[in-house]
Design a protein around this ligand. Structure first.
Ligand code: UD1
Length: 407
């Protein structure tokens, strides 16, 4: 089993180039299924979830090729509308293929997704939205069968919560559907806009992405295109955090401030100095970070849940008391035990976690619990006195391309 071994206490200094966002690449790979001809995706990170999405596309009958950071998908004759359970389990969010497979073939069979390390992963709101577009679902023996008897049809849909995955599924189902779809309370994450840009490049008619209401007029067909995936903002936040927690300096190349302004404001509260330039960001950290009174995770443009563990690591090394409120996932404090083992005082009650630094973090042996929790443990290890060993780093590899040797 691979592990990360970190000898902490050294300020990080340097430049990092950010590869493409996993959370953009996955729905865009699903979207490639809707396009005729060839789609070429540049700046696609070499991550296990991206490889898993390519396995699913190949199983469905696409010709899929990965060369360094470029993925080519060619749709010729699809030979399947079902995704076997083994492939579903290879990635965390395979349900993103539901809207695309339905849009392309009019039917889809997948195993019903179970929970994950962040708690239950229900898909009720995805199914409700697709039902309004004419899809019918039967669930038997852990299998979800979906059919659309007369083709998907545009609808007025209101999401009870601005869900990222459900917004993407509706967009994917709607681009080739008959008539207009109006999606109210849509998620506004930058990755939603990236999916919309890609679909527009292929000929889709989508308006309002990045706002609460997205309007999609169905078109007859989409043509594959070349597209560059947006930089991974969460990886960017992680590396800014790594420099911040060690009192270092960093230049993130390939990243604008705008998609992470919500997080940069909080970084400034910790005492970091941020200097944005077009296509790059500089961070200069103080010797010791300051606590932040309250961080509440919210849908975009609020503070992202994916950055909660990263900031908990940073604030475990900060002077004062910091409070977190996790509002998106039920079970997203599993990294807390590792920080407590490293010497931090953390009290969790439901959605709330109160973090108090009592002494310097000390290196120890810990186990990654999930993707961002594992990355946060690496940050804590960088700031700790002595050696930290992190086990089960396959979690980290799902979202960070060779974090230990990043160019
Ligand atoms: C996406 C991101 C993930 C991020 C999350 C933030 C990808 C591949 N993943 O995940 O990194 O942390 O957005 O929102 O882009 N829920 C329901 N019913 C549903 C669907 C979801 O109750 O039908 C709940 C989930 O249990 C979860 C919350 O809503 O608690 C967030 O779900 P969603 O926004 O859909 O997240 P993902 O798309 O899974």
């Amino acid at each position: 089993m691979q592990k990360l071994v970190i000898d902490g206490g050294v300020p990080l200094e340097g430049k990092i180039f950010l590869h493409g966002a996993k959370n953009s690449a996955l729905p865009i790979l699903a979207a490639a299924l809707l396009c005729d001809g060839k789609t070429v995706l540049e700046n696609c990170a070499r991550l296990t979830d991206v490889f898993a999405a390519c396995h699913i596309l190949a199983h469905l009958g696409c010709h899929c090729m990965i060369q360094e950071h470029m993925v080519t998908v060619e749709v010729k004759n699809l030979r399947s509308d079902s995704i076997p359970e083994a492939l579903m389990q290879e990635m965390r969010s395979p349900v993103i293929f539901l809207g695309a497979v339905l849009g392309r073939t009019g039917s889809c069979q997948i195993s019903y997704p179970g929970g994950c390390e962040l708690g239950p992963r229900p898909i009720d709101m995805h199914l409700d939205a697709l039902r309004q577009m004419g899809a019918r679902f039967t669930i038997h023996g852990g299998q979800l069968d979906c059919v659309v008897s007369e083709g998907l049809c545009g609808a007025k849909i209101h999401l009870p919560f601005p869900l990222v995955g459900a917004t993407e599924n509706v967009m994917l189902a709607a681009v080739l559907a008959k008539r207009r779809t109006v999606l109210h309370n849509a998620a506004r994450e930058p990755e939603i806009c990236d999916l919309a840009y890609f679909l527009r490049t292929c000929g889709a008619k989508i308006f309002g992405d990045g706002e609460g209401m997205i309007v999609i007029d169905g078109v007859e067909k989409l043509q594959g295109a070349a597209y560059r995936i947006m930089p991974n903002r969460i990886a960017g936040i992680t590396y800014l955090g790594a420099a911040a927690i060690t009192g270092g300096t960093i230049c993130l190349r390939g990243m604008d401030a705008q998609p992470i302004e919500n997080v940069l404001l909080v970084l400034e509260q910790t005492g970091c100095w941020i200097y944005p330039e077009p296509d790059r960001l500089h961070l200069l950290a103080p010797r010791r970070l300051r606590a932040v009174p309250m961080i509440q995770t919210m849908s975009h443009p609020g503070f992202p849940t994916d950055a909660q563990a990263i900031f908990m690591a940073m604030l475990s090394a900060a002077d004062g008391v910091s409070v977190f409120e996790e509002n998106i996932f039920e079970n997203r404090y599993r990294h807390v035990d590792a920080f407590v083992k490293m010497g931090v005082k953390i009290h969790v009650s439901g959605k709330i976690a109160v973090v108090t630094r009592t002494r310097a973090l000390s290196g120890t042996s810990i186990t990654a619990t999930d993707l961002r929790g594992g990355a946060a443990m690496a940050l804590a290890g960088l700031a700790a006195q002595g050696r930290t060993e992190i086990h089960q780093i396959s979690h980290i590899d799902r979202g960070y391309e060779t974090m230990e040797t990043v160019p």
